[in-house]
Design a protein around this ligand. Structure first.
Ligand code: SF4
Length: 365
C-alpha cells in the first residue's frame, strides 16, 4: 500500500480530490482523529470537554498536513482543542462588539461605506481562535433565505455601501447555485461596486476551488478574495493550484493571517509564510493581532513582540511580502506601528482608530 493520505481513509485519489467527499468525511471525534494522528492526552480530554462549546470538525485534507509525532505541530494547534482553552479569565465572546454594529441580522457595519455580510455559519473546519466562535458552527445561527434577503434589502436601501464582504463562517461552503444567487442579488444593486469573499477554503479544502466555481465567479466581477494561511506548511501543491485557478480567473487573492503564539510568531516562520504566498501570487495583506477572545489566551502575543517581528522583516524581504500588522477594534482596524501606540499603561495598550476613537486593548507584555 502507498503512503498516500487517501489510503488512510480507504478512499481513492479521485474521492480525495472531491470537495463533497471531503465535507462528508470530516473528522468529528477523538476516535476519528486517531485514524490520522494519535491525540495526546490533553487533546483527547479537550475534545471531550470543549466539543460542545465550539465545534470540533476537521477536513481529512487538513488533517493530513498534521505532524502525528508532535502535538505542538502548527497545523494541529490551529484546529485540535487543548485544555488551555479553559484557562482564559479575560477572553470575551464578542470582542469587536459586532452584535452592537449590526443594523440587521447577518450584517456588521463598522465603516460608513462597507459591510461584512455573514452569509453562512458553517466552515469546512473550525479554527480554535476563530473571532466568530459565538456563531460559527452553531445551528441556531443557520442563515435562512429570508434573513439573507432582509440583509440584501438593507444594502439596497443604503446607497453609501459600495463594498460588501461575504464572510461567515465561510461563503464558499455554499453550493455554487446558492452562492450565485447571492452574487446575482448584490450585483443588481447599482451602488455595490465590489464584492469581496472571505474564505479559508483554499487552505483547508482547496478542492473546493473548482473550474465551475471560478467560471461562475468570473461572471460577477469585480470580485476580490481574501484567504487565511497562517503557516508555510499550509502552502501545499493543492493550495497553490486553488490560488492559481482564482488568480487566472482575474480574482485578486490576498491573505489575512493571525499572529499566533507558537505557530507563526517568529521571524523565520513569518518570512517563509509571506515569501511563499508571494510565490503563489497571493498578496500578504493583513496580519491580525489575536483578539481578546474567549479560550484563546494561549494564542495571544504581546503587541511589542509583533512590532519587533514586522520591523525585522523590513529590508529583509520584498515590501510585497510584508503584510500590514493590525489590531481590529470596535472602531475599526488600527495599523500597528510604534507611532500608533499612544501609550502602554500596565497591561493595556492605547491606540487611536481612523475616526479618532481611542481604544484600550488588554495585552500583557
Ligand atoms: S475558517 Fe474562518 S470563520 Fe471559519 S472557523 Fe476558521 S477563522 Fe472562523
Amino acid at each position: 500500500m502507498s503512503d498516500a493520505p487517501w489510503d488512510r481513509f480507504g478512499a481513492t485519489r479521485e474521492q480525495w480530490c472531491d470537495w463533497g467527499w471531503q465535507m462528508r468525511q470530516r473528522i468529528r471525534s477523538a476516535e476519528e482523529l486517531a485514524k490520522i494522528i494519535p491525540p495526546s492526552e490533553d487533546e483527547a480530554a479537550a475534545i471531550a470537554a470543549l466539543g460542545d462549546r465550539f465545534r470540533f470538525v476537521i477536513t481529512p485534507y487538513y488533517a493530513s498536513l498534521m505532524d502525528r509525532n508532535d502535538s505542538d505541530c502548527p497545523v494541529r494547534r490551529q484546529v485540535v482543542p487543548r485544555l488551555a482553552e479553559l484557562d482564559d479569565p479575560v477572553g470575551l465572546a464578542d470582542p469587536l462588539d459586532e452584535v452592537a454594529h449590526s443594523p440587521v441580522k447577518n450584517l456588521v457595519r463598522v465603516y460608513p461605506d462597507r459591510v461584512a455580510f455573514c452569509v453562512n455559519n458553517e466552515c469546512a473546519l473550525y479554527c480554535r481562535y476563530c473571532l466568530r466562535k459565538r456563531m460559527v458552527g452553531d445551528e441556531d445561527w443557520t442563515m435562512k433565505r429570508r434573513e439573507l434577503t432582509a440583509a440584501i434589502d438593507w444594502i439596497r436601501r443604503t446607497p453609501e455601501i459600495r463594498d460588501v464582504l461575504l464572510t461567515g463562517g465561510d461563503p464558499l461552503v455554499f453550493a455554487d447555485d446558492r452562492l450565485e444567487w447571492l452574487l446575482r442579488e448584490l450585483r443588481a444593486i447599482p451602488h455595490v461596486e465590489i464584492i469581496r469573499l472571505g474564505t479559508r477554503l483554499p487552505v483547508t479544502l482547496p478542492f473546493r476551488i473548482t473550474d465551475d466555481l471560478v467560471r461562475m465567479l468570473e461572471r460577477y466581477h469585480p470580485i476580490w478574495l481574501n484567504t487565511h494561511f497562517n503557516h508555510p506548511r499550509e502552502l501545499t501543491p493543492e493550495a497553490a493550484e486553488a490560488c492559481d485557478r482564482l488568480t487566472r480567473a482575474g480574482i485578486p487573492v490576498g491573505n489575512q493571517s493571525v499572529l499566533l503564539a507558537g505557530i507563526n510568531d517568529d521571524i523565520a516562520t513569518m518570512k517563509a509564510l509571506c515569501e511563499g504566498l508571494v510565490r503563489l501570487r497571493v498578496r500578504p495583506y493583513y496580519c491580525y493581532q489575536a483578539q481578546l477572545l474567549e479560550g484563546t489566551a494561549h494564542f495571544r502575543v504581546p503587541i511589542e513582540r509583533g512590532l519587533d517581528l514586522f520591523e525585522a522583516l523590513r529590508g529583509r524581504t520584498s515590501g510585497y511580502a510584508i503584510p500590514l500588522y493590525v489590531l481590529d477594534t470596535p472602531h475599526g482596524k488600527v495599523p500597528l506601528q510604534r507611532s500608533a501606540i499612544r501609550r502602554r499603561d500596565g497591561d493595556y495598550v492605547e491606540v487611536e482608530a481612523w475616526n479618532g476613537g481611542v481604544w484600550r486593548e488588554l495585552n500583557p507584555t
